[in-house]
Write a protein of this length. Structure first.
Length: 289
């Protein structure tokens, strides 16, 4: 199929883009890399009257680390650029690893980090990584700018806190603790496919006790948004990530995750796979801490 007719414009400022999105005369959609929107247009799952292309807005192209050590990723930053950036790979290796799992190089060379986050497929890698890393989302609209925490940003499948007349302009990722190990694991049917289920793990090692000081466990493909499993985190705290702690974390995954059945996998299969991936991710993250 081919898309229904639409107009196209490429504004050069955020203010101009927001004005176009807020125009009540016609429905507008934001496009940057187009790796999600263009297939939806072709299948006529989306029928906007206007495409607002933000990729040429200079203010959205920034990829910087501020004085506090936080990473700022503008809405026009492509996934391949973020994954290859030395500062990202050194300071936020979980984010780099998750980005490298997205599709294929051709997709990452066009797709943007913020585009994937705003699209919010709950099986995608970047929403899960953003939730694990406590990212903050800067949203700009006709009423000004606001910042939304990751736990409030992802609402449901293909739904976020961004309103129809607003634009996700940047994602801000705070610096992780200095002694923090990480791991990102997922199961896919084929290379480049969306994951059946995945998990991001961050473990901070306490140098005084050589045990887990803080933990973050977030799953993809286990619900309509990234699922933070606090019961698994609590099972790991104060431990050296040994057999008993991992067994308790597995029990938390098997009882606490409530994925749904679909054509790709049953809920039982997803839960059991999630538990298996959790053990592997926790072991790897602890070794890296």
């Amino acid at each position: 199929m081919k898309p229904t007719p639409f107009d196209y414009t490429a504004p050069r400022t955020v203010a101009e883009a927001v004005a176009l999105l807020a125009d009540p005369a016609r429905e507008a959609k934001v496009v940057a890399g187009g790796q999600s929107l263009i297939p939806m247009l072709n299948m006529r799952l989306a029928r906007p009257e206007l495409l607002v292309d933000i990729i040429r807005i200079p203010d959205l192209a920034a990829l910087t680390v501020d004085a506090s050590g936080a990473l700022h990723i503008g809405a026009a930053v492509r996934q391949a650029r973020a994954a290859a950036d030395p500062a990202v790979r050194q300071g936020w290796p979980l984010l780099a690893a998750a980005t490298e799992r997205i599709g294929h190089p051709q997709i990452r060379s066009r797709g943007t980090v913020c585009g994937s986050l705003a699209h919010h497929d709950p099986a995608a890698e970047l929403p899960t990584a953003a939730r694990a890393l406590d990212a903050r989302f800067v949203i700009t609209g006709p009423r000004g700018s606001r910042t939304v925490a990751a736990e409030d940003f992802f609402v449901a499948t293909f739904s976020t806190a961004v309103e129809h007349d607003e634009l996700l302009t940047e994602v801000v990722v705070p610096a992780p603790p200095s002694r923090c190990g990480w791991a990102f694991e997922e199961l896919t049917r084929r290379h480049g496919d969306f994951a059946t289920v995945g998990v991001a793990v961050l473990l901070e090692r306490d140098p005084g006790t050589d045990t887990v000081r803080s933990a973050r466990v977030v799953f993809s493909g286990a619900g309509p948004a990234p699922v933070r499993l606090r019961a698994a985190e609590e099972a790991l705290l104060g431990t050296a990530v040994g057999g008993d702690a991992l067994a308790a974390a597995v029990r938390a995954a098997l009882t606490g995750l409530t994925p749904s059945d679909d054509v790709h996998a049953s809920a039982v299969h997803r839960r059991e796979t999630a538990a298996h991936l959790l053990v592997r991710a926790c072991t790897t993250a602890w070794e890296r801490s």
